[in-house]
Design a protein around this ligand. Structure first.
Ligand SMILES: Cc1cc2nc3c(=O)[nH]c(=O)nc-3n(C[C@H](O)[C@H](O)[C@H](O)COP(=O)(O)OP(=O)(O)OC[C@H]3O[C@@H](n4cnc5c(N)ncnc54)[C@H](O)[C@@H]3O)c2cc1C
Length: 329
């Protein structure tokens, strides 16, 4: 049980009471914080758009806790995240120890926390970089936490004119110090099932997918994974060779399907073309027995959710998303 303040999102109210509920983007785009209202009424929060819910979800009483406030006493049905010992949200200064251009507009940034202050997190989580003027920008952690390794790896795409990414590609250098807060989010693979999983990434949406696959490599799980990675041009698939290596290492367990959306001529590309989520539909006309983990551009994540549920019988509760929505400020 928790008490919500007037106008406060139910997600924030639960967090204030120490109750950990699934969430990711906190802007209505990813659908991770869906809950069913069993009793009572919720009201929308001004400016919050629960785009992750279909009309069918709403008719079944589902609401997003990041976009809803209480309009009186409520009874909700939703998953609660078990507390993982050691995973605590913290603010940390981190030193930039390496910067590598993986593509003309993608930088791998490695961050070193202070000695003895290693950040514990689950694969699929993200950190916020804290910036002047109360601004913050979220970045997915691109490796799983590993024993004896403190470094945090981010893949940052340059958005020209962007407040933070202009700095990353203009001024930021090795030895600079950033402040981060995290880990946040609950986007992670549900390992207690053998259901086939589709990992779907666009652009730097590959970062959390990389963490999930590297975690999988460290287990004996027999789950079958198909990884779809979409970009406009070949250079957007900035770790294509690594995916090929995974395919070899996880023979029979992981299939890699790269998909480009722009004209192939310039790249000499002989692979799949089109929108990456449509490639999934071409290969899997029936998604009723699959879990999908979709990461990256909100437009891709929303199109995938809409088309998979409407055209391929996907259960919306088995669609997990990490949508890279823009942040205010
Ligand atoms: C949970 C989460 C995880 C994320 N993980 C990553 C990650 O691993 N790698 C990564 O590169 N980014 C990631 N992002 C996006 C990132 O947080 C920033 O939004 C992005 O880097 C832009 O920051 P900026 O300050 O440079 O641009 P801003 O100054 O915020 O924006 C500049 C312009 O670009 C638009 N814009 C902002 N973000 C996007 C976007 N994603 N797509 C299209 N237009 C956009 C804005 O509307 C604005 O017009 C993540 C976002 C979320 C919510």
């Amino acid at each position: 049980m928790f008490v919500a303040l007037a106008g406060e999102s139910l997600l924030d109210a639960a967090a204030r009471a120490g109750i950990r509920l699934p969430h990711q983007c906190k802007t209505g785009s990813c659908g991770a914080c869906r809950a069913r209202v069993l009793q009572g009424q919720v009201q929308g929060i001004a400016g919050a758009l629960p785009t992750a819910l279909t009309a069918g979800d709403i008719a079944q009483g589902q609401r997003l806790l990041c976009c809803s406030a209480a309009a009186g006493d409520l009874q909700l049905e939703c998953a609660e995240i078990p507390h993982i010992p050691g995973i605590e949200v913290r603010k940390l200064p981190v030193r930039v120890v390496a910067m590598e251009r993986l593509a003309p507009d993608v930088m791998r940034v490695q961050l070193q926390p202070p000695a003895g202050q290693r950040l514990h997190y689950a694969a699929g989580q993200y950190v916020d970089v804290l910036l002047p003027g109360n601004r913050r920008r979220s970045y997915s952690l691109a490796t799983p936490a590993r024993e004896g390794v403190d470094l945090l790896e981010l893949h940052i795409r340059h958005l020209s004119g962007g407040f933070f990414t202009d700095q990353v590609f203009g001024k930021l250098k090795v030895r600079d110090v950033l402040r981060i807060e995290g880990p946040f989010g609950t986007f992670g693979m549900h390992t207690a099932t053998d259901a086939s999983a589709i990992l779907l990434a666009s652009g730097t949406g590959f970062a959390p997918v990389k963490a999930l696959v590297e975690q999988l490599l460290a287990t004996t799980s027999r789950r079958r994974i198909t990884l779809y990675w979409g970009g406009r041009a070949r250079q957007d698939l900035y770790l294509h060779d690594l995916c090929k290596e995974w395919e070899q290492a996880l023979k029979g367990r992981l299939t890699y399907v790269p998909v480009l959306s722009d004209s192939p001529e310039a790249d000499g590309w002989a692979g799949r073309m089109g929108w990456v989520h449509q490639a999934v539909l071409q290969d899997h006309p029936d998604l009723s027995q699959h879990e999908v983990y979709a990461c990256g551009a909100p437009a891709m994540v929303n199109a995938a959710r809409r088309d998979f549920t409407a055209l391929a019988g996907m259960q919306s509760t088995l669609f997990f998303a990490d949508a890279f929505v823009a942040q205010p400020g």
